[in-house]
Design a protein around this ligand. Structure first.
Ligand SMILES: Cc1cc2nc3c(=O)[nH]c(=O)nc-3n(C[C@H](O)[C@H](O)[C@H](O)COP(=O)(O)OP(=O)(O)OC[C@H]3O[C@@H](n4cnc5c(N)ncnc54)[C@H](O)[C@@H]3O)c2cc1C
Length: 477
């Protein structure tokens, strides 16, 4: 390691909680100065839902331990980033600031302000540590952004990419550290109540756990990934979204592992790469059309007669719709902090079509309950299913939960796991859910909340009236 110079540089962590393949860390190491590792609990963090913020606390704890193992310290501060950074700079005499870019409108506004304010004090450098490709580097032939996934995939699949960088074996440490708050003071677990102990069993926190998961997936599951990724009863996918969300693994590390497997002839590998690019596509859309996060991507849908949050939506949240695959999926999320991709599509279709409840109600509940909550993928996923997003599944394509269950949970293993009290996960759901929910003993005995045929016809009639009013054109293909 180069001899540390006197003035340190700051690495400001946000959604990139790792040391390997982290360009902000790599750049700070290149500076050769002692590094102050900083995390700021700002408004963006305070706005996170219960489960995501609890999971963030676990990620920070793990990252703190990892930095401590190398002799350093993760400094935790709460407040408005400019004020906190100014204070840390004043306390330490730091001369540089590195961070990885984030792409939600709130994050972009925050970072723009930070850069404008601090550039006269320190050298501020942002990096790409969250995506494979910056959202502004991919353009259609007409010079616009992509609104359809397949051409986006074709545009990026063969792009050059640097190799991921390894984690540093040593880090230059400043002689003294600035003050730090503590994670226990932050109380990130406060709103998890009884859920924390249950969800904890299903989380894999930190860089090492993420790498282990990636290895396991590549060694065991990537070959059959394309064929089996929709099966809810089989452990066929990488389950890395949780780690990707907090940056415990980089998309580039996943891409490289997938690419290598593809070169070695793994049948499902290309499909895995395609899924990673769905996440890229989500951020591409958020960057170019940020309203996707909060309103119908296609304005024509503003007049659609979605129902607001209501008693039906509450039953959906509790997994008491009387539709076993929907109830199992909703309980999977509550117990594990995640939900199979196929299940997400089924419950989203049921809520927005059979119950005709606004997709934002579902999106908000996911944002409260998922350990892999990602603002871009969540919004895109909901708008895709509801039919109002770009490149969406048309509204008239209504998933039949029973047919889906027969196809993707053929002998009912998944449903039993979350609904049958003989299984730990089903019992855990009762242990984790609020007492005020007053759950019925066995959700499989509940009558269906809505007749599937009638619900479908009601949704299609609303859609027909809506399009007849000229309010919505056919989805782009
Ligand atoms: C309504 C709805 C809401 C969703 N909300 C989220 C969310 O909050 N956070 C989140 O990470 N994903 C979300 N998804 C996408 C998807 O369900 C998850 O990424 C996937 O289930 C994660 O499991 P995995 O890591 O085993 O994925 P794998 O199948 O192993 O895929 C590898 C990676 O590709 C990415 N990916 C896969 N499918 C998608 C997809 N459809 N959209 C975007 N990226 C994808 C993920 O980063 C994933 O980790 C949502 C999908 C829907 C339909």
């Amino acid at each position: 390691m180069p001899a540390p110079s006197v003035s340190p540089v700051i690495v400001w962590f946000r959604r990139d909680l790792r040391l390997s393949d982290n360009p902000a860390v790599a750049a700070a190491l290149k500076d050769g100065a002692p590094i102050i590792f900083l995390f700021i609990r700002d408004q963006i963090v305070d706005d996170m839902g219960a489960c995501p913020s609890w999971r963030l606390g676990l990620a920070l704890d793990k990252l703190g331990q990892r930095i401590a193992d190398l002799g350093g310290q993760l400094i935790l501060r709460r407040g408005a980033p400019i004020a906190v950074l100014r204070e840390v700079i004043a306390q330490t005499g730091a001369v540089g600031l590195h961070y990885c870019r984030d792409y939600t409108p709130q994050a972009i506004a925050r970072d723009t302000d930070v850069k404008a304010d601090l550039s006269t004090l320190v050298q501020v450098t942002s990096h790409n540590g969250q995506l494979l490709f910056e959202p502004w580097t991919t353009e259609t032939g007409a010079g616009s952004f992509y609104k359809v996934y397949t051409p986006f995939w074709k545009a990026v699949r063969d792009r050059d990419m640097d190799d991921p960088t390894p984690a540093p074996a040593q880090i230059p440490i400043p002689e003294s550290q600035p003050d730090s708050e503590t994670l226990s003071d932050w109380g990130f677990d406060a709103s998890m109540d009884r859920g924390a102990a249950v969800v904890l069993k299903h989380t894999h926190v930190g860089e090492a756990a993420a790498q282990e998961r990636l290895r396991y997936f590549i060694d065991n599951n990537i070959g059959a990934y394309k064929a089996e990724r929709d099966r809810m009863d089989i452990d066929a996918t990488s389950r890395l979204s949780e780690n990707l969300t907090y940056g415990e693994i980089s998309p580039r590390q996943m891409w490289h592992a997938g690419r290598q497997a593809m070169q070695q002839g793994a049948a499902g590998a290309e499909h895995f790469l395609k899924e990673i690019v769905w996440r890229e596509f989500a951020y591409h859309l958020v960057y170019h059309s940020p309203h996707i996060l909060s309103s119908n991507w296609r304005e024509g849908w503003d007049a659609f007669p979605w129902r607001d949050d209501n008693a039906d939506a509450e039953k959906w949240r509790r997994g008491e719709t009387g539709e076993p695959i929907v109830d199992a999926a909703m309980r999977e999320m509550y117990v594990t902090g995640t939900m199979h991709n196929r299940s997400r599509m089924i419950v989203a279709s049921y809520l927005t079509k059979h119950l005709m409840v606004h997709w934002k109600v579902g999106m908000d509940w996911f944002a409260e309950c998922l350990t892999d909550w990602d603002p871009a993928s969540n919004a895109m996923g909901w708008q895709w299913v509801a039919g109002c997003g770009p490149d969406a599944s048309p509204f008239f394509r209504v998933f039949n939960p029973q047919t889906q269950a027969e196809k993707f949970d053929p002998i009912g293993v998944y449903r039993a796991r979350f609904l049958d009290a003989a299984h730990q996960e089903a019992r855990d759901f009762r242990a984790a859910s609020p007492r005020s929910w007053d759950l019925k003993p066995d959700p499989r005995e509940l009558p269906p909340m809505v007749d599937l045929k009638e619900g479908r016809e009601r949704a299609l009639a609303a859609y027909k009236a809506h399009t007849a009013n000229g309010r919505e054109s056919a989805p782009e293909t």
